[in-house]
Ligand binder design. Structure first.
Ligand code: URP
Ligand code: ZN
Ligand code: ZN
Length: 470
């Protein structure tokens, strides 16, 4: 059945215009004025606007950590994403000792319950000659991105020499390295000091992970990318100085791109000093208001390319169940580190929040334009990660992943509105104006106001090809 959406304002990464939009099957078939299609279901979207479905390039569903697991799985997290206007997510595969194929199969199995479209990045947390040789095999699995870490010594980090080799392999095989930038050695020493001096409260999570480590590591990784003539994508940029390094390297022709996340635009170390500070524990940590401002500036002037979430939720109190889809659920969470910040699982909820929060506090607040919003939330991730123009575009032939927004809808946001499977929301009580009203995934209406029409298994795995450097 065809669906004809009439009289909406269409917002793309480059323009805003009034038009009708026809969906036939899973794709957009026509965009134009006064479209007619006998037999089509008509939606009058006068006064509303349409954006492409959001693409969140950075999520962690069902991720084991510190003896527990992130509390959204590949169904609950997808459902929350959809309510916030996101129709594609990219999750990180944990690399097991048994190799890439085994690790990907495990993640595929977890994601069988997918409710929106999804793809994977591979965490490159081990490196040797055998692994190096096998990296190109990931392309056949539709995975063209490798995440490396300059922190988490002894756990996820690989050394700089290995990162450099990975950059070269990626370059030779049309793949992209994504980098988590902090200084693992400095962190290791500062954490040891903090534990020895009984500094155990959540703020010490931030105090032991200094911004300078993120800044110098961003420049270091950009420098290695330059030496390898490879592209690199800096994930979850959190420090103002990282924006400066990104700009410095980009101005010198280095193919370095950056992603920030909403939490780094709004929150600071002061949030970690609250009695419920553990809610804000993630890595890298919250910084200062000056860092928030510099990141906003990086979005406004186009130094940064995307906004992801790093969605990796844990319960604040995992001993107290919440009701999710009619059933009580409790998953151990932040309380595991009540007496020691190093035991607090790292990560925050955010996959539903990203677009509505950035619409009100980014676009309506005049910090970024509506077109930049679409670029950072959807079009740029599609281009960088090899999904464009199937995803991230309002074009004939593109997947009909669409969000119809009600620009006047007023919402008091918070945990009651959120479909994340956790017991808190970072934006509790925030006033929003403008909210997704209808969300389509490949032509299928999956969110209609408060109603969830999607289901587990409807999401498709997206095999990705080579992306673009923006
Ligand atoms: O605290 C976070 N961000 N947890 C997820 C892992 C990561 O480094 O992205
Ligand atoms: Zn990371
Ligand atoms: Zn992450």
């Amino acid at each position: 059945m065809a669906t004809l959406i009439k009289n909406a304002a269409l917002i793309t990464a480059s323009e805003t215009f009034e038009a009708d939009l026809l969906i036939e099957g899973e794709t957009i078939s026509l965009i134009g004025k006064n479209l007619q299609r006998p037999g089509a279901q008509i939606i009058d979207a006068s006064g509303k606007f349409i954006t492409p479905g959001g693409i969140d390039p950075h999520t962690h569903f069902d991720l084991p950590m510190f003896g527990t697991v992130s509390s959204d799985d590949h169904y609950t997290g997808h459902k929350a994403a959809a309510f916030g206007g996101t129709t594609t997510v990219m999750d990180f595969v944990v690399l097991e000792d048994k190799g890439f194929r085994y690790s990907v199969d495990l993640w595929m199995e977890k994601a069988e319950k997918a409710a929106i479209d999804y793809s994977f990045h591979m965490n490159l947390t081990q490196f040797n000659e055998k692994i190096a040789k096998e990296i190109p095999s990931l392309r056949g699995m539709g995975i063209t991105t490798l995440k490396v870490f300059t922190a988490y010594n002894g756990r996820l980090r690989i050394d700089d020499g290995s990162i450099f080799k990975a950059l070269r392999i990626a370059k030779e095989n049309g793949m992209l390295v994504m980098a988590h930038c902090e200084n693992g050695d400095v962190i290791e020493t500062l954490v040891t000091d903090a534990l020895m001096t009984d500094h155990l409260t959540p703020e010490w999570h931030a105090l032991t992970r200094p911004a300078w480590g993120a800044v110098e590591s961003t420049l270091r990784v950009a420098g290695m990318a330059s030496a390898a003539d490879a592209a690199v994508y800096i994930v979850h940029m959190n420090a103002g100085g990282e924006v400066d390094m990104l700009r410095y390297a980009r101005e010198r022709g280095v193919k370095v791109m950056g992603e920030t996340c909403p939490q780094y635009l709004f929150f600071t170390i002061d949030h970690l000093r609250r009695p419920d500070g553990a809610k804000w524990i993630c890595s890298p940590p919250m910084r200062t208001e000056a860092d928030n401002a510099r990141l906003w500036q990086g979005l406004a002037d186009g130094t940064i390319q995307t906004v992801g979430t790093d969605h990796c939720p844990f319960f604040f109190d995992g001993t107290r169940p919440i009701v999710y889809e009619g059933r009580e659920v409790a998953i151990p969470g932040k309380e595991l580190g009540a007496d020691d910040f190093t035991k607090i699982p790292n990560g925050l909820p955010g996959v539903q929040d990203r677009m509505p929060i950035l619409w009100t506090y980014g676009v309506r607040a005049g910090r970024i334009t509506a077109n930049q919003f679409v670029a950072y939330m959807s079009t740029n991730p599609a281009k960088i990660f090899g999904l464009y123009p199937r995803k991230g575009a309002l074009l004939p032939g593109s997947d009909a992943d669409l969000v119809i927004w009600d620009p006047e809808k007023k919402v008091k946001y918070g945990v009651a509105m959120s479909h994340h499977r956790t017991d808190y929301n970072l934006y509790e009580g925030w006033e929003l104006t403008g909210y997704p009203e209808k969300v389509f995934l490949r032509g299928q209406l999956i969110v209609d106001g408060e109603q969830w029409l999607g289901k587990a298994g409807d999401g498709q795995f997206l095999k990705r090809g080579e992306g673009r450097v923006l």
